[in-house]
Write a protein that binds this ligand. Structure first.
Ligand SMILES: Cc1cc2nc3c(=O)[nH]c(=O)nc-3n(C[C@H](O)[C@H](O)[C@H](O)COP(=O)(O)OP(=O)(O)OC[C@H]3O[C@@H](n4cnc5c(N)ncnc54)[C@H](O)[C@@H]3O)c2cc1C
Length: 453
């Protein structure tokens, strides 16, 4: 439903905003409202493309004055489509992409709308890095606030473990900071609980030196897939700190299962023992693993934007015993057509550090994140594809770590209990108090929501 806003009020918004206002009649509108997931097709009344914290405060004021629902857009990748709302106002940060690097202090400061490609390009110019996401067009802030799992998780922890400070605009228009010395409780909440407390206009990260990685992809097909999956599990069981790894199970056009392993090794060896073990598994049909730059590694998993319909659902699991592994192989065959698949991300290594910075994130002690990714194009298949994802996630549930899922991958239909289970009752209670303090009217509710107490 399109809300009718008077020309006068829109003119006032245009004058108050240093950035731009995009309306349904504008040529840019359809591109500006498009998100990663084509299943979500919403029409906001107005898109406020902000260029700084003052603009964000102006946008909040306008939404309040006109009783508009608010959505916040960073990189536009959230599979639930939270970055866009029907008839409301989108606070669009896509022009706020600056990333400053203080190489000496090993700190990066990212604007609220920067992508990982922006971030990694800036930090890698100094051969520095923070562990981020695996797709360059994903938003830095959106990903970090939900936890953050990627190519350097085993080495340097979750992305949110590396957040050291933030600047936010809260829904009442105040600009506040969070760090170890200032609003430390808010910093704790920002490490995992998403965009519930304010629009983050700046996020500061700790950086780590990184010269090059050994990475790429290993593809297995057919009968060897089970053994390759076992090999992956057993290599990870040794918890190699200098090897992060994620895998995707899929089927090809002939419905033959295949497995893609994407390792990222940062140790001193040219041909480490763990990679030898993976390479020697049966069924290997493609091997592109070699030494390259981290920016090249960040292009290994690339994906189209806004073209496919997506429905994702999953569980953090305590372990992957043979029964679960066989269940996953059955589920991938049951999918019945490509694309889509089952992604397994390992959480070994640094996320488990006892001295990890305190944060709301509740999954660091799980072994793996198992995500069912249903991907299709034809809307006729909606029910079938969504059904497959739900049934498959149900099949994984007996091994679930906490009953919760990964807020970064959740769809909008997850019940409150599951969001609560993701954090655990105690942390959720603390998050609700924080929400009450910073967003008592739940203006920021288009997210994996934490309702105020
Ligand atoms: C192709 C793809 C690859 C991905 N890869 C990874 C990965 O490697 N690791 C991983 O952990 N996750 C990954 N994700 C999940 C991703 O981290 C989340 O979906 C995240 O929410 C995306 O952030 P965004 O800014 O791009 O999305 P948006 O849809 O723009 O934002 C999602 C939500 O994040 C919040 N948000 C975003 N920016 C701000 C801000 N500046 N201030 C306050 N709130 C904000 C808002 O609630 C917003 O609605 C991936 C998703 C996709 C589609």
């Amino acid at each position: 439903m399109e809300k009718v806003l008077s020309d006068k009020s829109l003119d006032e918004l245009r004058h108050s905003l240093a950035g731009t206002v995009i309306l349904p009649a504008d040529a840019e509108y359809n591109t500006a409202r498009r998100g990663f997931n084509a299943l979500v097709n919403r029409r906001p009344a107005v898109i406020a493309r902000c260029v700084g914290a003052d603009d964000v405060a102006v946008a909040f004021d306008f939404a309040r004055a006109h009783q508009l629902e608010v959505a916040v857009r960073g990189g536009g990748h959230n599979p639930a489509g939270h970055c866009v709302c029907d008839g409301g106002l989108v606070i669009d940060l896509s022009r706020m992409r600056r990333v400053e690097v203080d190489a000496e202090a090993r700190i990066a400061r990212s604007d609220g709308g920067a992508t990982w490609l922006d971030f990694d390009s800036a930090t890698q110019a100094f051969r520095l890095v923070t562990p981020g996401g695996v797709v360059g067009s994903t938003g830095v802030v959106g990903l970090s606030l939900g936890g953050g799992i990627g190519h350097l998780t085993a080495q340097h922890g979750l992305t949110c473990d590396n957040i050291i400070g933030a600047e936010l605009v809260t829904p009442d228009g105040s600009v506040i900071r969070a760090s170890a010395d200032e609003n430390a409780d808010l910093l704790w909440g920002l490490r995992g609980a998403g965009g519930n407390f304010g629009v983050v206009t700046r996020l500061e990260f700790r950086l780590h030196p990184l010269e090059r990685v050994v990475g790429g992809r290993l593809l297995y097909s057919g009968a060897g897939v089970r053994e390759a999956l076992l090999r992956f599990r057993d290599v990870i069981a040794r918890s190699p700190r200098n090897l992060s790894c994620q895998v995707s199970l899929a089927i090809d056009g002939s419905l033959v299962p295949n497995l893609e392993i994407v390792p990222c090794y940062t140790g001193p060896d040219a041909d480490p023992e763990e990679l030898q073990a993976l390479r020697s598994a049966p069924g290997l049909v493609e091997d592109s693993v070699h030494a390259h730059t981290f920016l090249e590694q960040q292009r290994v998993i690339d994906t189209s934007y806004g073209e496919n319909r997506h429905y994702w659902k999953g569980h953090f699991v305590r372990e992957i015993p043979d029964e679960l592994l066989d269940e996953l192989l059955r589920r991938i065959v049951a999918l019945g057509r490509p694309p889509g698949g089952i992604m397994i991300e390992s959480l070994h290594g640094a996320p488990k550090d006892a001295d990890a910075p305190p944060g709301a994130v509740g999954f660091r002690h799980a072994a793996f994140n198992v995500s069912i990714l249903s991907v299709w194009q034809d809307s006729v298949l909606d029910a079938e594809q969504i059904g497959w994802a739900r049934e498959s996630a149900l099949a994984v549930e007996p091994w679930s770590f906490s009953g919760g899922g990964y807020v970064n991958y959740m769809q909008a239909d997850e019940p409150l209990e599951r969001v609560r289970a993701t954090f655990g009752a105690e942390a959720f209670d603390r998050l609700q108090r924080l929400k009450q303090q910073y967003d008592p009217h739940n203006i920021l509710r288009r997210n994996q929501n934490i309702p105020p107490l």
